[in-house]
Design a protein around this ligand. Structure first.
Ligand SMILES: NC(=O)c1ccc[n+]([C@@H]2O[C@H](COP(=O)([O-])OP(=O)(O)OC[C@H]3O[C@@H](n4cnc5c(N)ncnc54)[C@H](O)[C@@H]3O)[C@@H](O)[C@H]2O)c1
Length: 288
């Protein structure tokens, strides 16, 4: 039971982006770092401990509702849950279609639902989506609505999520769904006096991004870095700065929003020098 004695920030996904965010919002709070990999969670926790944070490391598999429920219970038992950051995920070069949908799409939806039951008044959540969700052609109003509001346990049964053979398509749909889900769930979070937003980063140099740069779509990714308006990749710290603002008291009018943060790559992809990367559509698209 929550005695309210300590504010808690939960970081799900102990990768570089998640750590950069937690370092900015975790001071004076109890930081719970949860990851599928115990080694990743503990390695991150050691860095936080050495830097003066109060930290607990634990495991979670966001593809599993019981595992997320258990994490929410742990966080709630430690104090008032003021912050939730979902920076866990797998990329198109790291996992098969089923795993991408289960982790990136379903897992995020369950996190928003379960932590929406315990987030404290004045609290704030961040979901790390991706520029990839901005590379899809627009979905219909009905498809948007289905991704935004279908009960979580029925999400993976949606017809538009069947017979997907491309991991990239699965990832793009998952990231589009993340943003729609944030918009729909912010209404519930708002009833508790809490806010919820998404950040859609472009290429941010992390182990996950390095897998993509070396993977089958590496050439396209390298072109994106060279030819996007910023002319470089982003850093986890830059995502951390935006997240820290969104989770702060200065952003109290911002909820249900998604922030594309990609050095202009998506703008160039639709309207500029990177237009040549637009190949095919739907499952056949080889876009990056
Ligand atoms: N790095 C980029 O260029 C980039 C760009 C856009 C979006 N993103 C998104 O940012 C998020 C974080 O990516 P990152 O680059 O920091 O990657 P990362 O690989 O450094 O971190 C991801 C972490 O998620 C954990 N994880 C994977 N599956 C999990 C599961 N089922 N349950 C719990 N934890 C799990 C991994 O163990 C890892 O520690 C991902 O959702 C990714 O899609 C990254």
């Amino acid at each position: 039971m929550n005695d309210g004695s300590k504010n808690v920030v939960v970081l799900i996904g102990a990768g570089s982006i998640g750590q950069a965010i937690a370092r900015r919002v975790g001071a004076g709070r109890h930081v719970v770092i949860a990851d599928l990999s115990r080694d990743n969670a503990e390695a991150a926790a050691r860095i936080f401990d050495d830097a003066g944070f109060t930290v607990t490391a634990t495991t979670v598999d966001i593809a599993s509702r019981p595992s997320i429920v258990e994490l929410a219970r742990l966080a709630d038992s430690l104090g008032s849950v003021q912050g939730v950051v979902n920076a866990a995920g797998v990329s198109p070069s790291q996992a098969p279609v089923d795993a991408i949908l289960k982790v990136d799409l379903y897992g995020t939806a369950v996190i928003l639902e379960e932590f929406g039951k315990i987030i404290a008044r004045g609290g704030s959540g961040i979901v790390i989506s991706s520029q990839s969700g901005h590379r899809l052609a627009p979905l219909s109003i009905e498809e948007n609505d289905l991704l935004a509001t279908t009960p979580t346990e029925d999400l993976l049964k949606l017809p538009l999520l069947q017979n997907i053979t491309s991991t990239l398509w699965a990832y793009q749909l998952s990231k589009r769904c993340n943003v729609l889900r944030v918009a729909a769930e912010c209404v519930n979070w708002g009833r508790r006096g809490a806010r919820l937003n998404a950040i859609s980063p472009g290429i941010i140099i992390t182990p996950l991004a390095n897998d993509e740069l070396r993977g089958p779509r590496g050439e396209g990714y390298r072109a994106m870095l060279a030819r996007c308006p910023a002319g470089r990749a982003g850093t986890p710290d830059e995502v951390g700065d935006l997240a820290a603002f969104l989770m702060s008291g200065r952003a109290q009018f911002i909820t249900g929003s998604d922030f594309l943060m990609d050095g202009g790559a998506t703008a160039s992809y639709w309207h500029g020098d990177l237009r040549y990367l637009r190949r095919g559509s739907g499952q056949g698209n080889t876009n990056v």
